[in-house]
Design a protein around this ligand. Structure first.
Ligand code: NAD
Length: 351
């Protein structure tokens, strides 16, 4: 199939569309977590290594009880950005495991992927945020402050269990920023150089679903049905993230997050309206599908009761030009050319 070239400021665009999907079994629905022992049995696993995020310890206890003799060991200290030292500590207790089950956000699932990378064991991911790592073949690990990212289909969990009951404990702030983090995956998919008809469709549905369900969830945080809709829409966004190359938004999140150790979801959430306004005039596909979303996204981002500016996150104003220089020196594929003055102006607006 031939693809109409997108406007990429003179950069090469692929003329042949390639769409690759991962083999994955996905369970969705309230109470789906009770099927985890059956899923373990389907994998013929006999010794589960359970990774649990501290906030999900009740769900971890419940699952540990349900696994009974299938539980080999449990690790409760996953950390953001998958530090190798934490993985080493987990590996020391994972000996003999033939399956990893991770309950938690991107940090717990990152650790699960790191263990799978070292042992080759299959994974069952039970996400409790909207970050989307469970659906991607990407692992970012940090060692001595340096983050290295790799992509390999073998890293992606083969089973995902989306149980909205596990998301009702998310505080309002995390709900909002995590959902906007998911939204960013879908938004960037619409201007990606390797977008496909499938990712365009997934991204469009994901954006509509998140923008509709997030306000419902924020209004009734304990209700499961809106949480289920938000979780499903975030899954579609995660599928976009797994398929296409991310642009300026993710590059800024990586550079700023890595340099200043900033919280992942909050950073995504505050950057998104700025990047959207910056890029939209330069991508016809995204403009057609997203023009009406700029205002709702800006409102959702600004209404967060935590930091909504780079200054509030502690980024020094004087550093903004050097951040822009690093972005412009090796830009991620982006529909608008990334010059130092333009990116500095965007960062100043976000500051
Ligand atoms: P996280 O997993 O670090 O969780 C953030 C905080 O929220 C933690 O304190 C956690 O305990 C708490 N939490 C999680 N679920 C909760 C719930 N249901 N109720 C109450 N509290 C809850 O954060 P995250 O945003 O889910 O993930 C961020 C990490 O994931 C980063 O390291 C990021 O790089 C990585 N990530 C990787 C990919 C990928 O494709 N490789 C994709 C997205 C994110």
């Amino acid at each position: 199939m031939r693809q109409v070239p997108r406007e990429m400021d003179g950069r090469e665009v692929p003329m042949v569309t390639v769409h690759e999907t991962l083999a994955v079994r996905v369970l969705l629905g309230s109470g789906a977590r009770s099927a985890v022992p059956e899923e373990v049995a389907r994998l013929s696993a006999r010794r589960v290594f359970l990774v649990v995020t501290p906030s999900a310890s009740a769900a971890g206890d419940e699952l540990a009880g349900a696994l009974g003799p299938l539980l080999g060991a449990r690790f409760d200290r996953p950390a953001p950005h998958t530090p190798v030292a934490v993985t080493d500590a987990a590996m020391a207790t994972a000996a003999g495991a033939d399956c990893v089950v991770a309950v938690g956000g991107g940090s717990a699932i990152g650790l699960s992927k790191a263990i799978a990378a070292r042992t080759g064991v299959p994974q069952i991911a039970v996400p409790t945020t909207y970050a989307g790592s469970e659906a991607t073949p990407v692992l970012g690990e940090t060692s001595d402050g340096v983050k290295t990212t790799r992509r390999d289909p073998a890293l992606a969990p083969g089973v995902i269990v989306y149980d909205p009951d596990l998301t009702v404990t998310m505080p309002a702030g995390l709900t909002r920023t995590s959902a906007l983090n998911a939204l960013a995956h879908a938004v960037e998919a619409l201007w990606a150089p390797n977008a496909t008809p499938v990712t365009d469709a997934l991204a469009t549905e994901a954006v509509a679903g998140i923008l509709q369900s997030l306000p419902e969830v924020l209004a009734s945080p304990a209700e499961t049905a809106p949480r289920a809709r938000l979780q499903s829409a975030s899954w579609l966004a995660a599928l976009c993230l797994s398929q296409v190359r991310m642009g300026l938004h993710h590059q800024l999140a990586h550079v700023l997050g890595g340099t200043y150790g900033l919280p992942h979801a909050e950073l995504h959430s505050l950057l998104l309206p700025h990047v959207l306004a910056f890029n939209l005039p330069h991508s016809e596909t995204a403009r057609t599908r997203l023009a009406h979303t700029i205002e709702p996204i800006r409102r959702l981002s600004q209404a967060y009761d935590g930091p909504t500016t780079l200054s509030a996150l502690g980024v020094p104003y004087a550093d903004l030009p050097s951040v822009a220089e690093r972005v412009a020196a090796s830009p991620y594929p982006n529909p608008r050319e990334l010059t130092v003055p333009d990116v500095t102006a965007l960062l100043e607006a976000a500051w």
